[in-house]
Each structure stands twice: as C-alpha cells, then as structure tokens.
Design a protein around this ligand. Structure first.
Ligand code: GLC
Ligand code: CA
Length: 575
C-alpha cells in the first residue's frame, strides 16, 4: 500500500487511547493492542486522523506504564511487537496515523540503567541525578534531601538510595528516577528510542512532561512556594528539543509536548515552526480553575471567568506568536470534564444537562484555534467514576494523596469526596462499549470498575443515533476537515457582557467567511451581548439543543443552560 500522509496539524483531529481501559481482547481484564485494532472501524467512523496511545512498553506498572523499564519492546500484558505492527498497518488502511507516548523525563527504577547505577556503575550513575544530602555527617549518613523540591505525587522529590549512599531525584513517583539530559549520552539514548519507533511507521509522538527535562544549573531550594517549580522550562530545554528533532528527523510530524506549569512564551517557542521543536503543546492552566489556592486536592467551584481569561490569553498569544495549541478537556490525568463543568445538579447521570454539557465542551474545543483532542469516551459523554470506597481506586497519585489528606486531619469521607472529584481514575474507567458485562470492555473482571451509568452511556446506544453525543462529535470532526475557516481562520475573542458571566464568545474568519461561536458553562439561562458581531446575517451551523438560539433585534442572544451554537456565513458550507 502506498504510504498515506495524515492530515496536517491544522486540519487534523487526534483521539487519545488509554490502552489499559480501551478494549480487552483476551479476557484478562486489561485493555491491549489487539483490542485497539479490533475497534479501528469504530474510530474510522468517528473520522479521527491520529491515535495517541498511552505507554505499552515493559513496566512494573506503578504508574500504569509511565514508569518504563524497556523503551523498545511491548509489555506482554499489552501484546507483542507483531500486534503493534499490525495495529500500525491496519490503522494506515483507514488513514489513521499512530502517535506514541515518549516518557523520556524519567525511567522506572527497574530500568537496567538505574539498576546498573545503583549497583555502582559510574557511567550509569551519570544517567540520573545522584546527590549527597544536606547536613550529612559523612558517608552513609543521608542527612536531609539536597533541596526542598516536591514530587508531583506527594512528598519530597528526593529518595535516599542506601546501596550507593546518595539521594536520587524523582519529580513524580519514588519509582520514577529522573534522567539527566545534561549528559549527552542520555540525549543519544533518547534519540535512538524515537528513531526505533519512527522506523516502525508511527506518524507522531506525544512527549511526556518534556518541559521538565532540562534541570537548573544549580540545585537550590524552591522559594516560590505554590508558583512555578524551578525545573519547568529549564535553561536548555529549547536547545535539547531542537537537537532531538533534528537528529531524529521528526520535524513536521504531529508532535505534541506535555508542558506542565509552563508559560505562553515558552509554548510559542516550542510550537512555532520556525524553531523546529514541536508541532503543538498541551498546557494546563485552564484546568486549574477549580483548584482552591492552586491546590488540586482542595475543591472549589470552577471559576468560569478565569477559564475564559486563560483560554482567550492563549488563543490570542499563540496566534500572535505563531504557536499552536493542543485543545482538550480530558485526558488520563484529569477527571471527566462533563462532570467537572456540568454543575452538581443531577448526579445520577445521564440527565438533560449531561448531554448538553458534553456537546458544549466539544463545540468549544473544535471551534477554537488549535488541534482538537478527543479522549476515549468524550465522544460518548463518559462521566466520573463515582467510587465510594478507597479500595476501588488504583492510581498511585490518588492513593498517595488519600494518605496525605488523612494525615492533614480530613476524615475518610472527606478524603473520599475529594478523590471522587479529582482522582485520575475518574478518567481511566473502562471504555463503555455496551450495556453488557463490564460495559463490553472485557469478558473477564475489569482492572477498574465502571460507573453505573454505562447501561445508558455507551457506544452501542449512541453510534448512528441521531442527536447523540457521538453523532455530534462525528459532525464536528467532519467540519474540522472540511471548513478551512476552522483550520486556519483568524480567531478573535470577545467579552460576552455582564448578563453572561459564564460564557465564551469568539469568532473565526478567513476571507469573506465568518464563524461566530458562543458556549455557555452556566447551569442557568443567560443573555450574551453579541451586538458587535452581526450574527443575524449568518446561519446556524451546529447547536446542542433542538433549535439554534434566536438572535434578538438588539444583537443579544438568550442562552439556555449549557447551550452552545456556531453560526457561519450563509452559503459558506457549499463553497
Ligand atoms: C505525565 C503523564 C502521567 C504520568 C506522569 C509521570 O503527566 O500524563 O500520567 O503519571 O507524566 O510520567
Ligand atoms: Ca488484555
């Protein structure tokens, strides 16, 4: 078969698969590569262009595969290399490119490099950050950790390694020692990993916490408190990325970096094609608007004015600076946005809000500038897990923070409530294929339980059903492919007026074609001031209630709860 060229980043839609939860082909309760291959027709029907698959490499699975012990093999839990090759080939037949997750900031402790390092091999000790403690009384005495840096999953970012009498750095779990990219040997190793998979026919890469790989020249205490950690967007990050991209020849492929605690200026540099770094970036500021005092584990109602401000700043800034956003609400590290932004009404989903919220969120991300990402189950309106007991959870971060919350004096019920809102497992429940056993995900016992609503929220109930969230997404994917204005049109963001405090209002425009979009995150009706936008001269393109909202004579638009609508220049669809 002649090689197909997947769509470019401006016209493409990416679908993210959390392999453990997508489809289990052999009844062991864990999703796998042949499971993904068996669902390619479903994905082709949705119309997506790329599949980003989360790590399936050998791993002790402390962090479900983000702790890698061999970069160039397949973990038997997930299948074989032949299964992988078959997936790539079958996806190609359906014009879908495979994107792989590259976890190159750290390895697992089980990786042979780390094992050799702690066995005393000097060369491999240079692969990691091994340091003496502070205030140590001499060899063998740990003293205190070298700096006050905190690990993402709780506690100090340093662990004492008695075999060699040094502390090692781990910015995530204690089982994930950070690699020393300042050592050119590491950069060569990483290059070989990327080349290995590129040669097997992948179409793109997602780079895990890649903006943490360049550490500060001097390791000093972080004094910024809850602010940006010292190791985000470090001193050589752009240089290292440029080097990796040029030595592997991945420039122009669909590459996306996960940029934790990043800045707009850095993301412009990462994603402006002139810099030859990445195609696009994930940033997370818009998903922290419901963190009280910036603390993920302290609940607060989502601040939609803040959300709007952040999205507008990034839309304007990336456009002006020639950067490119990855647009998303959900991934395997986030609770489900439908639940998160859907208000607290009607916990027993589905209810009417649930469906409107799902479509409203999709409308927002598909009409903004950037590449839209669909996380598995978004297209069905999948919700949080609604677990009631701690033993239903699996995620290392959730289990760590449960203990931390208890130590802080929260009751078990309080801590469980926080987890039910914030745990990453909310986004990791099995894909809901049907109302059958285990939501049709496995014939065995699923590794993680489904929320009870799988009996009504599932693919079988939604595919080909007019008006379903799935069909709504399918239409949006189609519009992304067909309408140049959505791909390359200029974006202009507007304030929606005092009567619409929880609404987004923006316009896309190319030549004489305009698209105006408004999406409401409000549980209550509201009135948007679109008087500057002449929406009356356009025609409705997509909307999430039975009919598009009416435009009043004065240019205001009355919106129902969670209503969304996009209007387009009359006749533009046929141009
Ligand atoms: C990224 C991944 C997350 C993982 C972490 C450590 O944030 O998305 O799942 O736990 O990196 O690798
Ligand atoms: Ca399996």
């Amino acid at each position: 078969m002649a090689d197909f060229v997947p769509r470019d980043k401006k016209h493409a839609v990416v679908y993210q698969i959390y392999i453990r939860s997508f489809c289990d082909s052999n009844g062991d309760g864990i999703g796998d590569l042949p499971g993904i291959t068996s669902k390619l027709d479903y994905l082709a029907k949705l119309g997506i262009d790329y599949l980003w698959i989360t790590p399936f490499y050998p791993s002790p699975m402390r962090d479900n595969g983000y702790d890698i012990s061999d970069y160039t093999a397949v973990d038997p839990t997930y299948g074989t290399m032949d299964d992988f090759d078959e997936l790539v080939a079958e996806a190609k037949k359906r014009h879908i490119g495979i994107m792989l997750d590259m976890v190159l900031c750290h390895t697992s402790r089980d990786h042979p490099w780390f094992q050799k390092a702690i066995a005393g091999d000097k060369e491999y000790q240079q692969y990691y950050f091994l340091k003496d403690g502070c205030n140590s009384k001499g060899p063998g005495d740990p003293g205190e950790p070298p700096t006050n840096w905190k690990a993402a999953f709780g506690g100090s970012a340093w662990e004492w390694e008695p075999h060699i009498g040094k502390w090692y750095l781990h910015l995530h779990d204690v089982s994930q020692p950070d690699l020393n990219w300042d050592n050119s040997k590491i950069r060569k190793e990483v290059e070989n990993v990327v080349l290995f998979w590129k040669k097997r026919g992948v179409a793109g890469f997602r780079f895990d916490v890649i903006n943490f790989v360049s550490k500060p020249a001097k390791f000093v205490d972080d004094t910024e408190g809850a602010g940006r950690p010292l190791f985000a967007d470090g001193p050589h990050i752009h240089e290292y990325l440029q080097e990796l991209v040029s030595t592997t020849g991945i420039d122009g492929m669909l590459t996306v970096g996960e940029m934790a605690s990043t800045t707009l200026d850095n993301c412009i540099k990462y994603s402006n094609p002139d810099n030859h770094e990445l195609a696009e970036t994930f940033s997370f500021h818009h998903l922290k608007v419901d963190y009280a005092n910036g603390d993920k584990w302290a609940l607060k109602e989502a601040d939609i004015a803040k959300l709007r401000g952040i999205l507008y700043t990034w839309q304007r800034g990336m456009q002006e600076g020639g950067g490119w956003n990855a647009l998303f609400w959900d991934n395997h590290d986030q609770p489900r946005a439908v639940t998160r932004f859907g208000g607290r009404a009607g916990e027993g989903e589905p209810n009417s809000d649930w469906e409107h919220v799902g479509k409203m969120l999709a409308t927002t991300s598909f009409f903004l500038e950037g590449t839209p990402y669909i996380y598995e189950g978004d297209e069905l309106g999948m919700t949080n897990a609604h677990y009631a007991k701690i033993d239903q959870y699996n995620d290392v971060e959730s289990l760590n923070f449960y203990q931390i919350l208890l130590k802080k004096g929260e009751t078990e019920d309080e801590a469980l409530h926080v987890l039910s809102e914030r745990s990453r497992d909310n986004g990791r429940t099995p894909m809901q294929w049907s109302d059958g056993h285990a939501a049709g995900f496995t014939t065995g016992k699923p590794w993680l339980a489904s929320p009870a609503n799988y009996t009504s929220i599932n693919a079988e109930a939604e595919v080909d059903k007019p008006g379903s969230i799935f069909e709504y997404y399918r239409n949006l994917v189609h519009l992304r492919h067909e309408l140049e204005v959505l791909a390359t049109g200029k974006v202009t963001c507007y304030e929606p007026g005092d009567e619409a405090p929880k609404v987004l209002l923006f316009e896309r425009q190319i030549g004489d074609i305009r698209v105006v979009v408004t999406t409401s995150f409000d549980q209550k009706p509201c009135t948007v001031d679109a008087s500057k936008l002449n929406v009356g001269e356009l025609e409705p393109l997509v909307f999430n209630y039975k009919e598009a909202p009416q435009i009043q004579g004065d240019g205001t638009i009355a919106l129902k709860p969670y209503e969304a609508c996009a209007w387009i220049t009359k006749g533009a669809l046929n141009k």
